[in-house]
Design a protein around this ligand. Sequence first.
Ligand SMILES: [Zn+2]
Length: 260
Amino acid sequence: MPEEIRLERMTSPEVASAIDDGWTTVIVAAGAVEQHGPHLPMFMDAEHGDRLGPEIARRLESALVAPTIRVGCSEHHMAFRGTVSLEQDTFLAVCRDYCASLSRHGFQQICFIPTHGGNFKPLQEGMPALNEAAGERCSVLAYTDLMEVIATWRAVAENATGLGDRVGGHADIAETAVMLAMHPTLVREDLATAGVLPDPDPVASAALVERIIADGFASVTPNGILGDARGATAALGEALIDSLADVMAKRLREQAQELL
Ligand SMILES: [Zn+2]
């Protein structure tokens, strides 16, 4: 097993020999640089992608990690200053070019993992185009179950702290905990507060997500938090990262099985 599995930190000959040795799966995380409430830095989802990519790669067989796509589809956060957003077509064009590049080098399976809510639907819709860009000898997979991410976070937070109802999916106890695990000094803990609490009913919660995507975050939560950021710890963050990596790796393995 190569010591380093992140393409950006490997040399070209190291990548070549890894692929020749059968390391033909590659993970692409798709994050965002957007508002995350008054207390979290805007690179939350990009950094989360950087962290989850290698975690998932280690859970899959013989997988390397491509550079994270750091900026994503964040139009619904644009009312909050500083957010940088790609239009869906631009985002998918970047994803397509990733697929074309990676497949040319001999990767046979490209796995997209969105770490930002707004990237899920574009990826789902873009799958045929991404597969076409990757060519016949390479298949493209994507984790696309946003509701499962929220449910996983809720279960882990409930288990660890009894505060599962504070998970809303954005700048909440879960994302705050993940940032505490990754970059503790960048969390403005004194500003971690409550936002809008989502309905625990899954149907209502899914409807809320639809409304946020359509009308924007500011129409639902003035401080940009969906959920409640209080009560987060680094230990909870590590548990969340671990569980989400387990879930995403499992789903990607299932998708790969279906292709056989
Ligand atoms: Zn986020």
